[in-house]
Ligand binder design. Structure first.
Ligand code: G3D
Ligand code: MG
Length: 218
């Protein structure tokens, strides 16, 4: 399913947005944990994944705007270097996760940034998450280096701990705000508008269930 084309109804005169967000990064850095913490507020539960990839949905409101996030998590293909463009195709935002105790995982973030910029240009909003801050004493990636790199490539950098629920909400909120800004900018220039679905009507019946749900990309 192309998550970014999900359509849903809005209430009153508010505007609605539907965004696809992908999680990228080396295996074991905590991608699944970050998503599960954000969407379901759980940690270290066994997550049922599909053969391909799965996404969880989350609805939020920002300043009167209703936003539906389809947050895509891998099924572990990154461990076999088998994560192809079909996964991040049409994404409005990407969260590149590394483990602050694992320097290689930070280098992998750089590889993903290059790949995304090459394939999707500058339209995609990027966030970089240095995860596992509860393991600060084992840190091998310096904060300065990570933040400088993020600034260089136009990404926002967050330090997170899925375990302690630190900065997870802030990470997604900031990304959502930036995706809305880009989308609203694009609406003023219709010719450059990409894959964001914006619905503006007065129908209050929602075509997508309020509850979070999983799905597979098929
Ligand atoms: P992935 O989806 O990137 O492969 P996972 O990563 O979410 O499966 O997490 C990999 C391991 O890191 C898991 O431990 C998980 O509990 C742990 N982890 C995730 N986030 C954090 C965090 O913020 N702090 C700490 N200390 N650990 C974290 P296991 O033991 O199940 O392999
Ligand atoms: Mg995972």
């Amino acid at each position: 399913m192309d998550a970014s084309s999900t359509n849903f109804a809005t209430g009153s005169s508010s505007r609605s947005f539907s965004f696809k967000v992908v999680l990228l990064g080396e295996g074991c850095v905590g991608k699944t944990s970050v998503v599960l913490r954000y969407v379901e507020d759980r940690f270290n539960d066994k997550h049922v994944t599909t053969l391909q990839a799965s996404f969880l949905q989350k609805r939020i409101n920002i300043a009167g705007r209703r936003i539906q996030l389809a947050i895509w998590d891998t099924a572990g293909q990154e461990r076999f270097h088998a994560l192809g463009p079909i996964y991040y195709r049409d994404a409005n935002g990407a969260i590149l996760v590394y483990d602050i105790t694992d320097k290689d995982s930070f280098e992998k973030v750089k590889t993903w940034v290059k790949e995304l910029k090459k394939m999707l240009g500058n339209d995609i909003c990027l966030s970089i998450a240095g995860n596992k801050t509860d393991l600060e004493s084992q840190r091998t990636v310096s904060t300065e280096e990570a933040e400088n790199y993020a600034a260089l490539v136009g990404a926002k950098h967050y330090h997170t701990s899925a375990k302690l629920n630190h900065n997870i909400e802030e990470l997604f909120l900031d990304l959502s705000e930036r995706m809305v800004s880009i989308s609203e900018g694009q609406q003023r220039k219709p010719t450059t508008r990409r894959n964001v679905v914006v619905v503006e009507n007065s129908d209050t019946s929602a075509s997508v269930p309020e509850s979070n749900k999983t799905g597979c990309c098929g």
